[in-house]
Design a binder for this molecule. Structure first.
Ligand code: UDP
Length: 241
């Protein structure tokens, strides 16, 4: 089958999930119901033949910036945050396996007893074989975020889009939880996001996408079917190009 015959909008995607989203209705940690829901949403997209890589955050367990207030050095805190993303990655891997998916967890920090190290060519090979690849431990360096990891890994594996799953249904002119008049954009350019000072991702992550012409879609991951809608070409969330 040539690329032109592939009926889906995307052949290879990178899905970014925040750690906080995994908390569901809890205040900390991983909510089993939410985890299963995500696994099912991802499975349905995989069944269309789409190659899926996932970057998962760690904010439900630990964030580097919160370390300093507990007397922990920032760099140490960032490594703790990276390890938190591996814990989430392991949970997601397990949930995906329970719904019959083949997966690989690759880490930006070597920990061979639990997962493979990130090796770009190997990651691409896994994707080609239909395995869902989860990237844990961020990029393996402090002072970065998992959004930056998502942008970087997406470029490295030549994904066609970064799908940023959040709890809001796109990019708004102001915070929709504070301002009822906030307007949602269905499509916006990178330049407009800068000019309007909108918050899509941190600047490092955002600039990487812009410079490499990698589109981003911000969407509500908690609404069942949304992920499927996007990959089948429906207009969901906000597309940034
Ligand atoms: N982190 C890091 N380098 C990376 C990725 C993550 O130092 O490449 C650390 C950082 O401290 C961050 C934490 O891991 O706060 C958890 O990631 P993030 O805050 O991006 O998770 P999310 O907000 O998506 O849950």
């Amino acid at each position: 089958m040539t690329e032109d015959d592939f009926p889906m909008k995307y052949k290879r995607i990178l899905l970014k999930l925040s750690g906080e989203a995994l908390m569901g209705s809890k205040n900390y940690g991983i909510d089993a119901v939410r985890l299963e829901q995500y696994a099912i949403e991802i499975m349905k997209v995989r069944e269309l033949g789409i190659e899926i890589a996932i970057v998962i955050g760690g904010g439900n367990i630990f964030r580097g910036v919160q370390a300093e207030s507990s007397g922990i050095d920032r760099v140490q805190g960032d490594y703790m945050g990276m390890l938190a993303t591996v814990i989430n990655g392991m949970a997601l891997q397990s949930a995906l396996e329970q719904v019959g998916q083949y997966t690989r967890l690759m880490s930006g920090i070597a920990m061979e007893q639990v997962c493979e190290p990130f090796i770009r060519r190997r990651a691409i090979r896994h994707l080609e074989k239909g395995r869902i690849v989860i990237f844990g431990a961020g990029i393996g360096n402090p002072y970065f975020t998992t959004d930056s990891t998502a942008s970087l890994r997406a470029i490295e594996i030549e994904a066609q889009v970064v799908l940023k799953g959040t709890r809001v249904d796109g990019v708004y002119s102001s915070d929709p939880e504070k301002n009822p008049d906030a307007e949602r954009f269905s499509r916006i350019t990178f330049q407009e996001v800068y000019e309007k000072g909108l918050n899509v991702m941190d600047m490092t992550a955002f600039t990487l996408c812009q410079e490499n012409k990698l589109p981003i879609i911000v969407f509500d991951m908690n609404k069942p079917g949304n992920l499927h809608q996007i990959v089948t070409g429906n207009n969901v969330g906000t597309l940034i190009t």
